[in-house]
Design a protein around this ligand. Structure first.
Ligand code: FAD
Length: 358
């Protein structure tokens, strides 16, 4: 990945971008990232994520059963490639996942004809092969978040918006919180502030190894029948999620970006990169293409930080989920709650202990 980042920096590639900075924290992050790039550490990380992810689907179902309202689709994921080499990487990744214990359902390899018959939104003249992961889901994240907040409020939980936490200290046996809405006292605190967790804890003299990995998405209307599955376009490295009312095209991993702002033309570029794969459904050329941008909180070993914060009793972290924060949020909450409330440490959380790097 380090080699690929430097190569894309020189060649102007867009899927993975490294924005070099002479900031010591960023250099330290890169150094730690480089140290994490070994097969044994990769395998151990994937095993840990698989174990954390084990109950994800059942937890999403439980949200639904509890009355949380959000869009969720269960048709599975189709990886489409325009070249045989383009598919090789994903075939190898899926094979490795199986070897490491993935048991989430069949992953079928399809030739072009089978691929387009399964997913007519693709262009039979341009895709050559693909993979179908039969057990896979996608949700509309902004609806999930709003649905959860609404359900919590219904249950009597107070959700305060636009209230920033700026300081945190142990005082008189409790935790004193400085916020933009005044002071608060708490028994226990879970810091789940995404990328800004790092500057927040730096003010307390603690270093959390997080950098921003910017990504973009654009949600567009189109002509024809929208994709039936979530799609992943192998060479373009883009994901497509067909939501009610528009297909979301998302991707790009821009390491070291500081602002969640999309540069001009980002939406058009995402659409242009996806277009060559598409036939039965095509993005509407006249539709607005304004991109959304987000900063993923990325750790150098690719694993989230979940558990007690060393050195500050009663404070817990749940951050650093990188590209998997929506997927892993329910499992993170389900396993962290017993630790925070009853001191019960789930063995699945051991690999994510913040003590490894804070
Ligand atoms: C283009 C793109 C595509 C993605 N696709 C996927 C995907 O397919 N699947 C997947 O699982 N994940 C995906 N992700 C990653 C996912 O969005 C992140 O992992 C996730 O948002 C991280 O969640 P978080 O709650 O830790 O942080 P955030 O989402 O950043 O939320 C942190 C929250 O804390 C608040 N906050 C920050 N500082 C403070 C403070 N001092 N006081 C009070 N509040 C504060 C912020 O306002 C924010 O509401 C994608 C991301 C991007 C950008």
């Amino acid at each position: 990945m380090v080699r690929e980042g430097l190569r894309q920096l020189v060649t102007g590639g867009e899927a993975f971008v490294l924005r070099p900075r002479l900031d010591p924290a960023f250099v330290r992050w890169l150094w730690e990232f480089r140290r994490s790039c070994s097969q044994p550490r990769f395998d151990a990380g994937v095993r840990a994520l698989l174990a954390l992810n084990e109950r994800t689907l059942e937890l999403f179902d439980a949200y639904r059963d509890a009355g949380v309202s959000f869009e969720m689709h269960t048709a599975g994921l189709v990886v489409a490639a325009r070249t045989r080499e383009g598919l090789d990487l994903y075939r190898a990744i899926f094979r490795r996942l199986r070897d490491l214990g993935y048991r989430g359902g069949a992953i079928d390899e399809l030739d072009a004809a089978a691929l387009v018959s399964l997913e007519p939104a693709l262009d039979a003249a341009h895709v050559v092969a693909g993979l179908h992961a039969t057990v896979d889901r996608f949700v509309r994240p902004e609806q999930l978040t709003a649905g959860l907040a609404e359900s919590l409020r219904r249950d009597g939980v107070e959700v305060r918006e636009r209230c920033e936490l700026s300081g945190l200290a142990r005082r008189n046996g409790g935790l004193a919180l400085e916020t933009t809405a005044g002071q608060e006292v708490a028994d226990r605190v879970v810091v789940a502030a995404g990328l800004p967790t790092a500057p927040l804890l730096r003010r307390l003299g603690m270093r959390v190894p997080l950098v921003g990995a910017r990504g973009y998405s654009v949600t567009v209307a189109g002509r024809g029948d929208p994709p039936r599955h979530a799609l992943y376009l192998a060479e373009a490295k883009l994901g497509l999620s067909p939501f009610a009312g528009g297909v979301r095209i998302a991707g790009v991993f821009e390491l070291g970006a500081r602002k969640a702002e999309a540069p001009p033309g980002a939406g058009e570029r995402l659409i242009a990169a996806a277009r060559p794969y598409l036939g039965g459904w095509r993005p509407d050329a006249d539709a607005p293409a304004e991109a959304w941008a987000g900063l993923r909180p990325a750790t150098p070993d690719g694993l989230p930080l979940i558990g007690a914060l060393p050195g500050l009793d009663g404070v817990y972290l749940a951050t650093g989920h990188g590209m998997l924060g929506v997927t892993l949020a329910p499992a993170t909450a389900a396993l962290l709650a017993p630790l925070v409330l009853e001191g019960r440490a789930a063995p699945e959380l051991a690999p994510f202990d913040p003590a490894r790097s804070v």
